[in-house]
Design a protein around this ligand. Structure first.
Ligand SMILES: Nc1ncnc2c1ncn2[C@@H]1O[C@H](COP(=O)(O)OP(=O)(O)OP(=O)(O)O)[C@@H](O)[C@H]1O
Length: 230
């Protein structure tokens, strides 16, 4: 599903070069749920952004779902991001004046022509909301939801196109401990029931402990990769 070989990423700041990823190699198989941990600045988000096709300025190779991401043109890469990957972020990124249903439908609006017919799209969006336990809340505005519900809307939006891979960057970072547990439980359930492959970046050991496999980054290197019973 994911194959990274000697992945490197550097930023330039004036004359200085800052190496964020310094040769990360790893594989993730279809149906895995993997947590990525590491201190702030260790390169976790950068790693996720490469896998998700959000950052194409890297060294080494990144192959996801059989595609070598460096070989995709702009249109192909954007199609890969839209159709194959579901993204979830710490800050939910919901659009306040839009209802829950409209937020889930949002990825479709950016497509232009060739999208699903409106009725089919709405039915997929309702289906995605049902999968995250939000059936009946379609007409609500985000301001009238709890933090956990907002993150579940974001997850429904990520699932809307039925991606095989979900990339979650600190999805529980803005939630209290109980709500964080609920959100991670939902990710585990989707992983187990639907064989959705999930890579979740987290600082939270409790959240990470729900993943069977935990990767640890330190200063841009993969320093630990182990499986445990969950
Ligand atoms: N656009 C950028 N320009 C310059 N440096 C950057 C840029 N984006 C990230 N960095 C630097 O790269 C390093 C790694 O960032 P990254 O976001 O991958 O770390 P992280 O492990 O996800 O950290 P956190 O847990 O704080 O989110 C950090 O030191 C960061 O300052």
């Amino acid at each position: 599903m994911i194959r990274l070989e000697s992945l490197t990423k550097s930023y330039r700041d004036g004359g200085n070069r800052f190496d964020v990823l310094r040769g990360v190699s790893l594989g993730v198989e279809e149906g895995e749920l993997v947590a990525v941990m590491g201190a702030s600045g260790s390169g976790k988000s950068t790693l996720l952004n490469v896998i998700g096709g959000l950052d194409r300025d890297y060294g080494g190779s990144a192959e996801v779902l059989g595609r070598d991401l460096s070989k995709l043109g702009d249109r192909e890469l954007s199609r890969y991001r839209n159709e194959s990957v579901g993204f979830v972020f710490q800050s939910f990124n919901l659009v306040p004046p839009l209802t829950v249903l409209q937020n889930v439908l949002l990825p479709g609006y950016f497509e232009g022509g060739g999208g699903q017919p409106a009725a089919a799209a709405r039915s997929s969006a309702r289906d995605a909301l049902a999968r995250v336990g939000l059936a009946g809340k379609e007409g609500r505005l985000p301001a009238r939801l709890s933090g956990g519900e907002r993150q579940r809307v974001a997850l429904a939006r990520a699932l809307f196109r039925r991606p095989r891979l979900v990339l979650a960057d600190e999805p529980t970072g803005s939630l209290d401990a109980q709500t964080a547990r609920d959100v991670i439980d939902l990710l585990v359930e989707l992983n187990v029931k639907e064989r959705l492959t999930v890579v979740v970046v987290t600082h939270d050991e409790q959240v990470a402990s729900r993943a069977r496999r935990i990767l640890r980054l330190k200063d841009g290197l993969l320093v630990d990769d182990r499986e445990h019973a969950r």
